[in-house]
Design a protein around this ligand. Structure first.
Ligand SMILES: [Zn+2]
Length: 267
């Protein structure tokens, strides 16, 4: 299984099932399960004195105290020693990759991926749903949607700021030569997160998706996932984490000795 490196506190928020979106400047077609790897570094905005630098009010409210108390101090993000870094901390499914998802964790794309126009405003449509528009200040447009029958054609809706009203659909073609710095933000939609009871420590991260060069095995004692190198095997070849081995091997040995003594099994 592949891994994805994410800075803290985002990696933990994802593994805890609080943050359901990973925001990236690149699009992925990968769908499936990945290891959540907490990078060596925290988000560079941590320890900033302004709480609004990193979380919106709604996001901060969505973090339960049980999780947030570790790295939030009156709303200010602080690095703490308990939150693991350079570690595989859990797993999650990547189920979709979209622009301007409705989740509170989704970053609004600063540029339109089809026209390269700058984000202008969030405007409510006829269904009272907020829609992001690009362009302005006289007219701004929704993100053009590709025609399934003709991939060269797109449809967008114009909002006239003079009249303060939606002005209907228009057809356009995808713009070429959009400056490279006009990158959209992609919201990777995540589902079914699992956080490991014990993180797998000392794992170095890489860019993009990467295959961990350690073997991860499940402990038959506690069902946790561990680096195989740190585990112990019983006589049947089953894998135990060091804690379970410490607890169970003496018991297994005593039971074995007892059975030999009673003649139930041969030594
Ligand atoms: Zn165990």
């Amino acid at each position: 299984m592949k891994a994805l490196s994410i800075k803290q506190p985002w990696a933990s928020l994802i593994a805890h099932g609080i943050k359901d979106i990973e925001n990236r400047t690149w699009k992925t077609n990968f769908r499936g399960r990945v290891f959540i790897h907490a990078s060596a570094k925290w988000d560079e905005r941590s320890n900033s004195n302004n709480p609004d630098d990193i979380f919106t009010w709604t996001q901060r409210k969505a973090i339960p105290d049980k999780v947030g108390s570790k790295f939030l101090d009156y709303g200010v993000l602080v690095k703490d020693d308990e939150t693991p870094v350079s570690a595989i901390i859990g797993e999650v499914d990547i189920v979709d990759c979209v622009i301007n998802h409705q989740s509170i964790w989704a970053e609004i794309s600063p540029f339109c991926p089809v026209t390269g126009l700058k984000h202008f405003a969030s405007i409510t449509n006829e269904d009272s749903v907020f829609v992001e528009t690009y362009g302005g200040p006289f007219d701004s447009y929704t993100i053009p949607i590709q025609d399934p029958d003709d991939p060269k054609e797109f449809t967008r809706t114009r909002y006239c700021h003079d009249r303060g009203e939606w002005r209907g659909d228009e057809m356009i073609s995808k713009k070429t030569g959009i400056p490279k710095d006009r990158k959209p933000i992609y919201n990777w939609v995540l589902a079914n997160p699992v956080i490991y009871e014990k993180p797998i420590l000392n794992v170095k991260g890489k860019l993009s998706f990467w295959e961990p060069d350690i073997i991860i095995e499940e402990c038959i004692g506690c069902s946790g996932n561990f680096d195989y190198e740190t585990m112990q095997q019983d006589s049947a070849g089953e894998n135990y984490c060091s804690d379970c081995a410490k607890e169970m091997f003496p018991l297994m040995k005593a039971e074995y000795d007892e059975m030999v003594r009673k003649g139930e099994i041969e030594e």
